[in-house]
Every structure is written in C-alpha cells, then in structure tokens.
Design a protein. Structure first.
Length: 289
C-alpha cells in the first residue's frame, strides 16, 4: 500500500489522482490531519487515516501496513524539520519499505531561507536507514500564475527578481514525478533535481501575459525594501513576505534556475511551460484563453 501525507493539499490531491490511474483505490491511503475533510478526488474509496505531524502516535497508526510513503513537505517554516522527523521516525517504526520526500532544488547547497530544514530532513532520512527517494522540487508555476488578478487589474507585476530566471514547473508535473517513483522500480536511494525544461525571467512572463490577455502588463522591478513594504500592505504575513523576497533575490544568483531534465524524464514528457500555465490560468480570471 502507498500512503500520501498532506493528501488534502494541492500537490497531495494531484498525487492521489495520479495514483488512481494505475492502482486500485484500496491500495492508496490518504494520511491527513482531518480525515473527515478528505475529499477523494475520484470518489473511488481511497482510505483516509488520521496523521497529525504534531501527534506521533497517529503517525505510527496511520502507517500500519504501508509499503511506500510520500512525505509532502509541511507548510510552516521553523516547524518543518520537527514535523518531518516525526514522520520519518514513525515510518521506520512501522517498517515502511520506501519513503519519498518532496524537498527543494539543490537543498544541500542552496542558500535560500527554506533550504536548511529541507537539508536537515534529507540528512535525517538518510541516517534513518530507510530506503529513500529525494524529490527536490523547484519553484512552482502556480507561484507566478496565482498573482494574475492584481497584475491584470493594475497592468503590472511587482517584484525584485530583476533578470533572474525561474525554471518553474507545474504542480501536476511534480505530482507526476512522485507517482512515477512510487509506482515504478529503480528509484531507490536516488536524488532527483526537479525543474522545468525552460526557464524564464519575470520580464518574459509579463510579456507573455500581455500577449495572451490582450492588454499591457509590465514587470515593475523594485528594491527588496519597496517590495517588502508593498507585500506587507497587502496583508501578507511577514514570514511569507520573507520567503517571497528571498526567492526573487536568490533567482538573481541562479538558485531558481536549472538545466536538469530529471523531471521531464520521470514524467515522460516535456514539463509545462510558463506560456501554457498562463493560458490555463487566465479563464479563472475572466480572461480569454
């Protein structure tokens, strides 16, 4: 049996849906904090088990009979490693045969704010003795397309990324990679650097958005301090603002770009382009496709 932690989240739901394309529902377990809130993507009888990162006993109980486990990274920075460690320790106690972890691009060398807890998790996973797969996910295209509404309203995208490049891919791409390593042999104890096949700058993103939306949208590059003030004025928590600004600044150093083709190889197709992501997102904002 295969279990997915965080199966109520955006990535988790896509992984479960992908697994259902190759496995019967009774071979899939959604390990979630609130089982009563789990929505089976295809209504085919996927079992939901309570798995609370902050209550280790629920984890060992949730992993009974599980052969393979996908640990989807927890949400709150500063709490991640403690929670990930609890999952890894419970998986070892429950004799899970393989644990795949959604880490981040070049977690062992990255200087991004989010990197240390991912690196700690990877190290603890290796030290645990469990058979592992490290899925080092790059930036998500949804991080860019999620802000189309204000961009279209104001005719501008704000940031401090300059000419920094993003080798972003879609959640569906990353979910597909997870499904592959969970259902196919030959991935044991391997590390995959997962990123989009083609990178882009935010200037290029704005240009493509303008083309598809039929209206002018520019990229307004500002200082980190100006960007921080703007994001805080929108009501975003300081913790999130720090991560967003850090990503932009680190893109200038090439930390969100990559020439790796691990992702497209795992999913057996080209990764989603930023142009395709914009096309898919625009209808949600009342724009033409």
């Amino acid at each position: 049996m295969i279990a997915i932690t965080g199966a109520n989240g955006n990535l988790g739901k896509l992984v479960v849906k992908g697994l259902l394309e190759t496995l019967p529902a009774n071979q899939i377990v959604a390990a979630v904090r609130n089982p009563e809130k789990f929505g089976d993507p295809c209504n085919l009888g996927v079992e939901a088990r309570k798995a609370d990162y902050d209550r280790p006993k629920t984890l060992t109980e949730a992993f009974v009979g599980i052969d393979k486990l996908l640990l989807i990274s927890a949400v709150v920075p500063g709490e991640r490693f403690r929670q990930h460690k609890a999952v890894i320790d419970a998986a070892k106690h429950s004799d899970v045969k393989l644990l795949a972890y959604t880490s981040m691009l070049r977690a062992d060398t990255s200087t991004m704010l989010l990197a240390p807890e991912h690196k700690q998790t990877e190290e603890h996973l290796k030290e645990s003795g469990l058979t592992f797969v490290l899925l080092r996910n790059g930036w998500y295209l949804e991080n860019h397309t999620g802000a189309l509404a204000p961009a279209l309203t104001h005719g501008a995208i704000m940031g401090c990324a300059g000419r920094g490049r993003f080798a972003s891919a879609s959640r569906a791409d990353y979910a597909g990679a997870a499904v592959t390593v969970l259902t196919q042999p030959g991935h044991e104890n391997k590390t995959y650097e997962l990123a989009g096949d083609h990178s882009f700058s935010m200037y290029e993103f704005a240009e493509e958005l303008s083309k598809q939306a039929g209206r002018s949208v520019v990229y307004n590059n500002v200082t980190a301090a100006e960007y921080e003030a703007a994001l805080l004025s929108f009501g975003l928590p300081q913790m999130i603002v720090n991560v967003v600004i850090d990503a932009d600044l680190k893109s200038l150093k090439g930390e969100l770009d990559s020439s790796s083709r691990d992702l497209s190889k795992l999913i057996g197709r080209n990764t989603t382009t930023f142009s395709q992501a914009i096309k898919s997102a625009l209808p949600a904002f009342g724009q033409k496709e």
